[in-house]
Ligand binder design. Structure first.
Ligand SMILES: *[C@@H]1O[C@H](CO)[C@@H](O)[C@H](O)[C@H]1NC(C)=O
Ligand SMILES: *[C@@H]1O[C@H](CO)[C@@H](O)[C@H](O)[C@H]1NC(C)=O
Ligand SMILES: *[C@@H]1O[C@H](CO)[C@@H](O)[C@H](O)[C@H]1NC(C)=O
Ligand SMILES: *[C@@H]1O[C@H](CO)[C@@H](O)[C@H](O)[C@H]1NC(C)=O
Length: 417
């Protein structure tokens, strides 16, 4: 009898552990810092610069928070918002350092990549932060381009969710000449050179000699998102491109731009039809953004491309690398590229918030979007997405079963006692 009760208890604890491990919630840095008024200025600027979205999107991240006095010293430098974004992004480390790990760094010193480094805005090693364990339990921080001087120190842990997010207060902002360098006004961004350097040379070469380039450039100030196909995708497509008339070539290139800034977080948080730079009149040359958890796909009626990387994200301009050339139905037959995919129920199709005013907000039902938008055959990406969907279902089912076992065990336990 006693043995039974004992094993029931063990089963009980196992179930509780199993259940709690399967439900990790996404963090929200705005909400975390809202509980700490001493960091309200920092919190405010994380939102203004869209870095809050970047933090919420990432896992295994450390936020080095600066209190209001420290932020005032930074604001006194009268940096532009895009420069301030660079400085603050240096304070977001793409690795997890809780207070304990921070004081036990292997060999006492390490270089950690920051979001400043990860977004490609930093030159050389300027986006790395040196963390060093010092005498008397102190921990020093310094930007790597700052002659190795460790001028900011760990103060306290504000919030930690193990191996997800750690928010630590440091004594003063990390200073970095590179992060504080005036960022070029968006209109001066050299679209062609950025794309060429970041692995989109073939597409940039097409754009360089096209009339479409000026339309891209005119839109940078007001907000511009560019989908840049990889070199191999463009090279495969070249024979077809050469076959197009000049006007159609321009339309095809313009089809790869959206006249509004769409951060990755914005793309991930909603599905919908968007206008492109080639759009004139209703329903012409539009694209469908379709996210599936962490994956973002860009669909035309002819082809489905996946976002495979970010070239630059400097609000109001962002460029993503995609794995296929976007083929508009206005120029290519739906059947031309590949056989139609069998209709597949896609869940979670929600209307995108039309804050930008650019979205048509046309909500496509899952059935119509899959039947009239045949993709280019089931790709590895699609299969991956399905696996993910299946995994999500499994978690749901597991939770249901867990609850039933939980109550059943509870009942038996009470009977036995
Ligand atoms: C995070 O929290 C803030 C404040 O509570 C809220 O306005 C915002 O929508 C939240 N963001 C997400 C992605 O849930
Ligand atoms: C620590 O130092 C040793 C000896 O200098 C070196 O071999 C090792 O790679 C270092 N470990 C790290 C994580 O830097
Ligand atoms: C970090 O800075 C300290 C002090 O300048 C230096 O001694 C150390 O080597 C640096 N650590 C790394 C990993 O570069
Ligand atoms: C180019 O266009 C012609 C005529 O429309 C067509 O027959 C040919 O297959 C096209 N070539 C390519 C590579 O698409």
């Amino acid at each position: 009898m006693r043995l039974l009760t004992f094993s029931t208890l063990i089963l009980f604890s196992l179930i509780i552990i199993l259940h709690s491990s399967s439900t990790t919630k996404a963090h929200n840095i705005t909400r975390i810092l809202a509980k700490h008024p001493a960091f309200s200025t920092y919190n405010h600027y994380l939102s203004v610069t869209h870095l809050a979205d970047e933090i919420n999107r990432r896992r295994t991240i450390t936020v080095l928070a600066i209190d209001n006095a420290g932020m005032q010293s930074l604001l006194d430098k009268h940096l532009s918002i895009s420069t301030l974004k660079n400085v603050l992004s240096l304070h977001i480390l793409v690795d997890y350092f809780g207070a304990i790990k921070l004081h036990k760094i292997t060999n006492g010193t390490t270089l950690v990549s920051s979001v400043f480094q990860a977004t490609g805005a930093a030159a050389g090693t300027a986006g790395y932060v040196n963390i060093t364990n010092l005498k008397g339990g102190k921990v020093g921080f310094g930007a790597e381009d700052n002659d190795g001087s460790l001028h900011s120190f760990y103060v306290k842990s504000i919030d930690e969710v193990s191996y997800d997010i750690s928010v630590l207060q440091i004594s003063q902002p990390l200073s970095s000449a590179d992060a504080e360098a005036p960022t070029s006004a968006p209109s001066a961004i050299n679209l062609i050179s950025i794309m060429s350097k970041q692995g989109c040379k073939a597409f940039a070469d097409l754009l360089r000699v096209s009339k479409a380039l000026s339309t891209f450039e005119e839109n940078i100030d007001g907000g511009l998102t560019v989908f840049c196909p990889t070199d191999s995708a463009v090279n495969d497509f070249t024979p077809k491109y050469k076959n197009l008339t000049d006007a159609k070539k321009v339309s095809l290139l313009l089809y790869h731009g959206i006249p509004v800034y769409e951060s990755l977080q914005m793309l991930k948080s909603g599905n919908g039809v968007v206008n492109t730079l080639a759009t004139e009149g209703a329903n012409k040359y539009d694209l469908t953004v379709q996210n599936n958890g962490e994956d973002v796909k860009v669909q035309t009626k002819v082809v489905t491309a996946s976002i495979v990387g970010t070239l630059i994200d400097q609000d109001p301009f962002v460029a993503y690398k995609i794995n296929k050339v976007l083929l508009p139905r206005e120029l290519f037959k739906v059947s031309e590229m590949a056989p139609a995919e069998s209709p597949k129920g896609s869940s979670g199709s929600k209307k995108k918030k039309s804050s930008s005013g650019n979205k048509k907000g046309k909500e496509e039902s899952s059935s119509s979007s899959s039947s009239d938008a045949p993709a280019d055959g089931p790709s590895a990406d699609d299969e991956e997405a399905d696996d993910q969907k299946a995994a999500d279902h499994n978690i749901g089912a597991k939770e249901g079963v867990t609850f039933i076992i939980f109550f059943f065990t509870f009942f038996i336990g009470i009977l036995l006692l």
